[in-house]
Write a protein that binds this ligand. Structure first.
Ligand SMILES: Cc1cc2nc3c(=O)[nH]c(=O)nc-3n(C[C@H](O)[C@H](O)[C@H](O)COP(=O)(O)OP(=O)(O)OC[C@H]3O[C@@H](n4cnc5c(N)ncnc54)[C@H](O)[C@@H]3O)c2cc1C
Length: 416
């Protein structure tokens, strides 16, 4: 058996009808699926099951993101994000190539809207250097040679390794790869709570020697059932996208502003999709319940009360300008405003060219309850029975393969 010191006493207490596996993963997003595949590959003979509450995979962040394979120059060298983005960029591209998936190697320009932002460009160059990532300083003329409409204050940065993929296609391929490695994926099966030696689900009890919680927007709730996430809670932030009309000539490359490095969001930018379309976004609008994709979609009164109280507390008690962030992000759902912000990055951008809102995605952003700050890096908590992925925010899609390898290393050393 793959995992030694198994909690046999608990398994003996399980109903005989319960299904038992070695590793039970909650959540079939890119993180859960990559971890399941990695476990099955590294522990041949072990049984790995993934539970997904939706009827198909990709219903949440992993199927609703920007589809950018990031390069890894935003993050400080000591972070998990820095290491996993650099390695994940290479690994995910190799995975896509091996599976014949589309990649648009369109690169990315980071532009400065004023002279004050030039210092941040220099800081990003330093971070790229420390992280071992290719990033080039280019003149305004060189930037315009890459994309003629781009606007910048004298200098810009060009990342040749940034690329675009179709996240749903990649998640579908990762699911196939996991199944080929022997993973069982059970859709329409919702985790409901912890049970002795396993979990209770909408389809009965599942015994498990080790539980991996990759439940995205619900990861903090699941973690609390296992005694984790005591100092953290998740807040949902909605990312809206606005698509360019087919009549507008598409941009040649992704164009991003200099980010505010104090928060984990990258600001309104242009993304080039895998099939070459241009979109603006995503926003980071605080939601009032976890899966609030539309105004009243998936309304949950309990979540509404809980999240409203947390957001109100952050209005006054946050160690960052939550109030300013919330109001600024809320304004971005007005088309002329968000198009106006994008227009600071490129010329000839008008609201009438951007009329179609795309499928929004919601970020599961972790908040530190003690310091009242947004956690910037990935966070996992674990013991020898369960592991909880608590802050799988952007760019966890890019990072999924090395992140999964790190999680599996952690599990195997905890259960040795
Ligand atoms: C708007 C937006 C843009 C982004 N852009 C990028 C980008 O360009 N590049 C990049 O690298 N990253 C990007 N990200 C980040 C990336 O999408 C996420 O970090 C990643 O998808 C997280 O994967 P996950 O598996 O943790 O979560 P998810 O994809 O949310 O998966 C969690 C799964 O758990 C399931 N689940 C939850 N509760 C239960 C339960 N009780 N029982 C059973 N199943 C359950 C859910 O249904 C869901 O399928 C973006 C994210 C957003 C929201």
């Amino acid at each position: 058996m793959a995992v030694r010191q198994s909690p046999l006493e608990d398994l003996v207490a399980m109903p005989t009808s319960a299904r038992v596996c070695d590793f039970l993963v909650i959540g079939a997003g890119i993180v859960g699926m990559s971890v399941a595949r990695e476990l099955a590959l590294r522990q041949p003979g072990a049984s790995v099951t993934v539970l997904e509450k939706e009827p198909t995979v990709g219903g949440h962040a992993s199927g609703r993101n920007s589809g950018v394979i990031h390069a890894g120059f935003y993050y400080t060298a000591d972070s998990l994000k820095a290491r996993f983005t650099r390695d994940g960029n290479v690994a995910l591209k190799a995975f896509c190539a091996a599976r014949g998936l589309c990649i648009n190697p369109c690169g990315k320009l980071v532009v400065a809207r004023n002279e004050d932002e030039l210092a941040v460009l220099e800081l990003l160059l330093e971070r790229a250097d420390r992280n071992g990532v290719r990033l080039f300083r280019v003149t305004e003329a060189e930037a315009k040679a890459i994309e003629a409409r781009v606007k910048t204050c004298g200098t810009a940065l060009f990342s040749p390794d940034t690329a675009s993929i179709d996240p749903l296609e990649v998640l579908g391929a990762m699911t196939d790869a996991a199944r080929e490695a022997g993973v069982r994926v059970l859709t329409s099966t919702r985790y409901l709570g912890r049970e002795n030696g396993g979990v209770r689900t909408s389809q009965g009890v599942h015994g498990a020697r080790y539980v991996i919680n990759a439940a995205g927007l619900y990861a903090d709730k699941v973690a609390r059932d296992f005694g984790f996430s005591k100092n953290h809670y998740l807040l949902p932030f909605k990312g809206l996208y606005l698509y360019a009309d087919p009549s507008m000539p598409p941009l040649a490359t992704n164009v991003y502003p200099v980010p505010n490095l104090a928060n984990p969001f990258l600001g309104v930018h242009f993304t080039v999709t895998v099939d070459g379309r241009t979109k603006i976004g995503p926003t980071a609008i605080p939601c009032f319940w976890r899966e609030q994709y539309g105004w009243f979609e998936n309304f949950d009164a309990r979540e509404f009360g809980e999240i409203l109280l947390r957001e109100l507390a952050l209005f006054t008690g946050a160690n960052f300008n939550f109030k300013g962030l919330a109001f600024e992000e809320l304004r971005k759902q007005f088309r002329p405003h968000i198009v106006g912000l994008a227009g600071e990055l490129a010329s000839g951008i008008h609201p009438e060219q951007f009329r179609k809102w795309g499928r929004p995605g919601i970020r599961a952003q972790l908040v530190n309850a003690a310091s009242h700050t947004l956690e910037m890096d990935f966070l996992i908590e674990h013991d020898n029975r369960s592991l909880h992925v608590l802050n799988a925010v952007s760019p966890a899609f890019t990072c999924s393969i090395p992140f999964a390898a790190h999680i599996v290393d952690t599990i195997l050393s905890a259960t040795r």
